[in-house]
Design a binder for this molecule. Structure first.
Ligand code: NAP
Ligand code: MG
Length: 515
């Protein structure tokens, strides 16, 4: 039987305590549905999109201009909520990559490197302000192209995008104070490859610190979400950013590979899967290229018995269900201390039944579309493995739109550490719940993964927070909150989650040589 069939056949829309603890529910199916979503429905509140000017074709952005690819090849970008084609995107080949690198090199040697930091900073401030002015339009585009809710793109992504440019604009003329007693020099030409879950935010994380510290950039957005980067390029033109300081080349993995392999690139910054990250380590070995990697994660959210349970449940919701679970630092494993397990599960089950899944442009929507068919298939495949390995699935009864790619908010109980759903990144709105008895067991379980990006701790006791945080092998640990971001705070992983930090003063380090 196919993965999809199994995943769609078995979910339990449970109401009885028993079923949540692993036994099959005994109440009839009709009584097992929790239709909060329908009873408490909201009138549609669609964000306007009639003013959005999508181009039918997007070209490459090289040397400050939009240029056709040498390859003459274009691919479609679709709206994952409707499966409608939005535009055609240029596919850059090795010749286009070479053009972009040459343009970045010229801009580095002739303009950007010799320019005083305070002048570079002015461009960054200008870009930050333009992003603020265009924030609503960019948020709508982000939602249309990527499937994330307007609530998230408008209230989280775009404010953080401009905040990152503002923050690093401030460092541009203060580099000599960033690393006391040492001199920071730019590295040169930076190749930057980003994924599809936070397209503009990942672009900002990469571009802002690189530009502030005097490097020039070639950005490669993800294949399914290139459009907003090209609208950002228009803002670079409006800001009169000198030609070639930022170049944007679109395309699939092969374009990224050509960028990584180009001989005249000094630095590669990559955010994406651990699998591709490992390829990049091999590709740059023995070259002068510096590398930073932000890879996958399998974060544990740990709830102790003394935690404020209602707040913790909201933290879990923010940690895994918003942005469809398309978050590398998503709290995708929930570790609950045994005494509060029934209460947490009951509240979680009731809460996911209230989450609204549907049109991402509707301001009331909590869970938007899965970014691509490929990603949806991956979620189905892993959920299927969870069912086959014996875990129990609890799913929201949300009705999913007929067109587009969707997955309802779900969680697994009866998960053991060896299950694939406890080890591998699902990258969808699916949580794996496990229990623990002692703090030591929680730490051991939390660390029992190849990843080490993030974690969460929920407890009333400050001393417990300090103990646990000190022993978790994770780059970021949130205490009594989850998924909070700030440009001043460094972000990055341990183990197979990568190396290097983005954000804060630490975020300058990958782009400078210190002497
Ligand atoms: P991915 O397949 O690794 O892709 C990431 C980027 O690399 C895309 O632009 C992709 O292009 C490109 N790429 C693919 N193959 C390449 C190659 N051989 N050489 C150079 N570039 C190549 O990852 P994804 O599936 O898009 O993104 C999801 C992953 O990103 C998850 O594992 C998630 O945890 C991770 N992530 C990590 C962070 C973090 O900060 N740690 C943040 C967000 C996401 P195409 O799109 O054209 O394939
Ligand atoms: Mg798209």
């Amino acid at each position: 039987m196919s993965a999809k069939k199994i995943a769609r056949r078995k979910p339990v829309l449970a109401r009885s305590e028993k079923s949540l603890n692993g036994t099959r529910p005994t109440v009839p199916a009709s009584e097992r549905r929790l239709d909060f979503g329908e009873r408490w429905s909201f009138a549609p509140a669609l964000e306007a999109k009639d003013y959005i000017q999508l181009q039918s074709r997007y070209q490459l952005f090289i040397g400050g201009k939009f240029v056709a690819p040498r390859s003459h090849v274009y691919f479609d970008s679709i709206n994952p909520a409707t499966e409608e084609k939005l535009a055609e995107i240029a596919s850059a080949d090795a010749r286009d990559v070479d053009r972009a690198v040459k343009s970045a090199r010229r801009a580095y040697e002739k303009i950007w490197r010799p320019m005083p930091g305070r002048e570079r900073g002015k461009y960054l401030y200008r870009i930050a302000r333009l992003i603020q002015e265009k924030a609503r339009e960019l948020a709508v585009l982000e939602t249309m192209d990527g499937g994330k809710t307007i609530k998230e793109s408008r209230d989280v992504d775009l404010p953080l995008v401009s905040a990152h440019f503002f923050y690093y604009a401030g460092w541009a003329d203060k580099l000599q104070y960033a690393f006391p007693g040492r001199t920071a020099e730019p590295l040169g030409v930076a190749g930057q490859i980003i994924p599809w879950n936070f397209p503009l935010l990942m672009a900002a994380w990469k571009l802002a610190p690189a530009l502030a510290s005097g490097n020039t950039c070639i950005l490669k957005p993800a294949e399914t979400t290139s459009i907003t980067a090209l609208h950002l390029a228009e803002l670079f033109q409006q800001a009169e950013l000198p030609e070639g300081v930022v170049n944007i080349i679109t395309g699939a993995g092969a374009t990224g590979k050509a960028l990584v392999e180009h001989r005249d690139v000094d630095k590669i910054a990559f955010t994406g899967s651990t699998q591709v990250g490992k390829l990049l380590i091999k590709a740059v070995a023995g070259t002068r290229k510096k590398l930073t990697l932000e890879l996958g994660g399998k974060a544990a959210n740990i709830i102790f018995e003394d935690a404020p349970i209602d707040q913790a449940v909201e933290g879990i919701i923010a940690g895994i269900y918003f942005n469809q679970g398309h978050v590398c630092c998503a709290g995708s494993r929930l570790l609950v201390q045994e005494g509060v397990f029934p209460a947490v599960i009951r509240k979680l089950r009731d809460r996911i039944a209230t989450l609204r899944v549907g049109d991402p442009l509707d301001k009331n929507t909590d869970i938007g579309a899965i970014n691509s068919r490929g990603q949806l298939d991956k979620i189905h495949e892993l959920v299927d493995s969870g069912l086959q390995q014996g875990a129990q699935l609890v799913q929201s009864p949300a009705r999913l739109p007929k067109k587009g790619y969707w997955y309802p908010p779900s969680f697994f109980t009866g998960v053991t550490a060896s299950h694939r759903i406890a080890q591998e990144e699902i990258f969808g709105p699916v949580l794996s719940v496990m229990t623990f008895r002692t703090p030591e067991e929680a730490i051991e379980r939390a660390n029992n993964t190849p990843y080490g990006l993030s974690a969460g701790v929920w407890t009333d006791k400050g001393s417990k927070i300090f103990k646990i945080v000190g022993e978790l092998r994770a780059g970021i640990v949130w205490a009594n909150t989850y998924n909070k971001f700030d440009p001043t705070s460094p972000f990055g992983g341990y183990k197979e989650s990568g190396f290097g930090r983005e954000g804060g003063r630490h975020g300058l380090l990958p782009y400078v040589a210190l002497s």
